[in-house]
Design a protein around this ligand. Structure first.
Ligand code: DLL
Length: 433
């Protein structure tokens, strides 16, 4: 099945009734099949029968990424392992990744959600789409790929890392749509401009996500490439890309409420916030079979708009993201936790745990700078040793985090120290304007 207009335009009452039914069924299944949730519900005296409507959501326990890590890799499965046909993963704060397992049906629903998102952007089976998200454990590549195939479009699985080839094929195959991170698309725009090739492309749409971006960035992409650009949101734990996407009015990202039950909570008190108020987005998966999650704390800070959109869709809209309630940074589309840098430093002798990360966006590219205090002796020894240490640190960070940092080694006490919680990060990007 492709775009389901009926579902996307249900009345609020119809959505609420459908969500209540699916929530009830999901909680029954989870209670009987996932020990982690059964124990949590028993601890708070909640029985599956207590959950009949969306109003009962508050009685259910939250799920955090620590819970996922503690149950790595298959502890939260709600089906026998033989029913799982795919695993995807995303980096966690330290060590083990967060793993997500899909049944065949989960993959079908994921594809359908991405198909809806592409259709919302105007992509049809007549389009030729390049997928420029990474393929592999990251959900971007395969998620966009299956959604576009399900739509019936012609898919070119470019993945990341070869801009020249991407541009060549974009021109030769007369590509009309692209799915990639917004910062990468700006990089592509720059390369096209440099080679004087902008007039040679046939691109009409871009579906960009995986990292925070601004309306200004969207307008720049649209103007420089003469296309329409759309925002797509998602996270590995819930599914991958396609949890929500914006329409041509760009008044927030429509979340597919028939599959995902969103709520906004206060990240400190964990109380639910009234409709429209800002806080942390939590999502309960209503139809996921393999690894369903209850009240998953995304850590993404936003608010939800429930009024009908000008496009006619009634599904709630996620408003501009205001950042995150934890210390995760999304740099060039990659999730980075400062503690990963700390772990990388532990593997290199001569470094200290005193580091400072600065993230900025210069010419639409994210910069990732890390300053690290190293032992005094490196400054009295030959320069060669300092340079070797710098390159070891760069490699260790690259291996742990997955992207390259620009590393600067400094003398002991050169970085700001504090008695209380030391600040390790400055994010200079203005992403919430
Ligand atoms: O980034 C899935 C994805 C792939 C989404 C391709 C869109 C396109 P993770 O690697 O698990 O999954 O990272 C999820 O990235 O909690 C947000 O903080 C951030 N994020 C994802 N999409 C957006 C967006 C994929 N459109 C984390 N705007 C999320 C802002 C986004 N932040």
């Amino acid at each position: 099945m492709i775009w389901n207009e009926t579902k996307e335009c249900m009345t609020r009452d119809e959505i609420t009734v459908l969500q209540g039914k699916r929530l009830h069924r999901q909680v029954e299944r989870i209670y009987h099949n996932v020990e982690f949730y059964r124990k949590k519900m028993q601890e708070s005296g909640v029985e599956p029968g207590d959950i009949q409507t969306v109003e009962d959501l508050e009685k259910l326990p939250f799920t955090t990424y620590e819970d996922l890590r503690n149950n790595y890799p298959f502890g939260l499965l709600a089906v026998p392992r033989q029913e799982i046909v795919r695993v995807q993963a995303s980096s966690g704060t330290t060590g083990k990744p967060k793993v997500l397992c899909y049944t065949r049906r989960d993959i079908d629903i994921w594809s359908e959600c991405v198909t809806r998102a592409l259709a919302m952007a105007g992509v049809t089976r007549d389009d030729i789409i390049q997928v420029g998200y990474g393929y592999g454990l990251f959900t971007g590549g395969l998620g966009a790929h299956y959604g576009a195939e399900n739509l019936g479009a012609m898919v070119i699985p470019m993945s990341t890392g070869n801009t020249k080839k991407l541009i060549d094929m974009m021109i030769d195959c007369e590509v009309t749509a692209i799915a990639c991170t917004p910062s990468y698309l700006l990089h592509v725009a720059e390369a096209l401009e440099k080679e004087g090739l902008v007039d040679r492309i046939r691109l009409k749409y871009a579906i960009c996500g995986a990292e925070p971006w601004t309306d200004a960035m969207r307008e720049q992409i649209e103007q420089r490439l003469n296309i329409k650009a759309y925002d797509i949101y998602g996270l590995t734990e819930i599914m991958g890309p396609g949890v929500a996407c914006d329409c041509r009015f760009h008044r927030g990202l429509h979340i597919y409420e028939d599959h995902f039950l969103p709520e906004i909570i206060d990240p400190d008190t964990l109380e639910q916030k009234p409709h429209g108020e800002p806080g942390e987005l939590c999502i309960t998966t209503l139809t996921k079979v393999g690894m369903p999650l209850l009240r998953y704390r995304t850590r993404d800070l936003t608010s939800l708009e429930y009024g009908q959109c000008e496009c006619g869709r009634t599904m709630a809209r996620i408003q501009r993201f205001k950042g995150r309630s934890d210390d995760m940074l999304v740099i060039r589309g990659v999730n980075v936790f400062p503690s990963q840098v700390e772990h990388a430093l532990l593997t290199v002798a001569g470094t200290t745990p005193n580091y400072f990360i600065t993230v900025d966006r210069i010419n639409n590219n994210d910069t990732f700078d890390v300053a690290i205090e190293v032992e005094e002796r490196f400054f009295s020894d030959e320069v060669r040793k300092l340079e070797k240490l710098r390159s070891d640190v760069e490699n260790a960070i690259h291996q742990t985090v997955g992207i390259k940092a620009k590393v600067k080694l400094v003398e002991p006490n050169a970085l700001p120290h504090s008695e209380g919680k030391t600040k390790h990060v400055e994010d200079k990007r203005k992403l919430s304007d």
